[in-house]
Design a protein around this ligand. Structure first.
Ligand code: FES
Length: 250
């Protein structure tokens, strides 16, 4: 006798809106997931750059007690990402408070058997296209950017393990939402490898001052945007000056 699965919401999760899965394909997968038995609702979200963000969808769905299943569309499987995801969701739950619905995490699609079939299918695909005719990079020249400020988000190991990717995604989404590239003196952003003070992870540095910010979360990014990028003032509570001695997060 078959049993009807209990209803749940399904969240299709990928990393960025621009480089992993095209938005149209995600919309198609979302509609397909929503039509499955036991699925009351489905959405897609991005753990890094792109909207809706994972945080936004989870905060929205946290308001009632319908169980949530996160389905990572990330290939190959990435244990570090899984650890990051669990820690970050736990942090958001603590920040938000209240009672959250149960949240499950589906297996990553990159198990060896599936990957072997996928690679074989790709090699024999009828949709192979020629790689030719592309212009060499820089042939048309480049405009030197006029933006005064540069925000570097550290993606080194210690910073990554405490949520640097979600900080990066939040910064990029706010950069787009607030048109920060052209607002005020203008800003640009970039990921970087280790900036040095790993004990202060996640670390963000703002130039031209070279201000190092530690323990930055989404609220910290909001303050850096409003006060430093748009207001020109350093956020002293999050900033760590070069003192020559070891510092810990305050
Ligand atoms: S890994 Fe981020 S400061 Fe070292």
């Amino acid at each position: 006798m078959s049993t009807t699965p209990s209803p749940k919401r399904v969240l299709l999760l990928t990393r960025t809106a621009t480089s992993v899965v095209p938005l149209g394909e995600l919309a198609r997968l979302r509609a397909s997931a929503a039509s499955l038995p036991g699925v009351s609702d489905a959405a897609f979200a991005f753990s890094e750059e792109g909207t809706p963000s994972l945080r936004a969808v989870l905060m929205d769905w946290a308001a009632d007690d319908m169980p949530i299943l996160i389905v990572p569309l990330i290939v190959p499987a990435d244990p570090a990402f899984e650890n990051w995801l669990k820690r970050t969701v736990a942090r958001w739950q603590a920040e938000q408070g209240g009672t959250w619905p149960p949240i499950g995490l589906a297996p990553f699609p990159g198990n060896p058997e599936l990957m072997t079939m996928l690679v074989a299918g790709l090699i024999t695909s009828s949709a192979i296209t020629p790689v030719e005719g592309a212009k060499a990079a820089g042939m048309d020249g480049s405009v030197v950017p006029a933006q005064k400020r540069r925000v570097l988000v550290c993606m080194g190991g210690p910073c990554n393990s405490v949520g640097a990717s979600v900080i990066w995604g939040h910064l990029r989404n706010e950069q787009k939402r607030l048109s920060l590239r052209t607002a005020g003196e203008g800003m640009m952003s970039a990921k970087t490898s280790c900036l040095g003070p790993c004990s202060l992870a996640p670390v963000v540095q703002v130039w031209p001052e070279g201000t190092l910010y530690g323990g930055v979360d989404e609220a910290g990014i909001d303050r850096i945007v409003a006060t430093h990028l748009l207001g020109g003032e350093i956020v002293e509570e999050l900033a760590y000056a070069a003192t020559g001695v070891k510092q810990r997060l305050r």
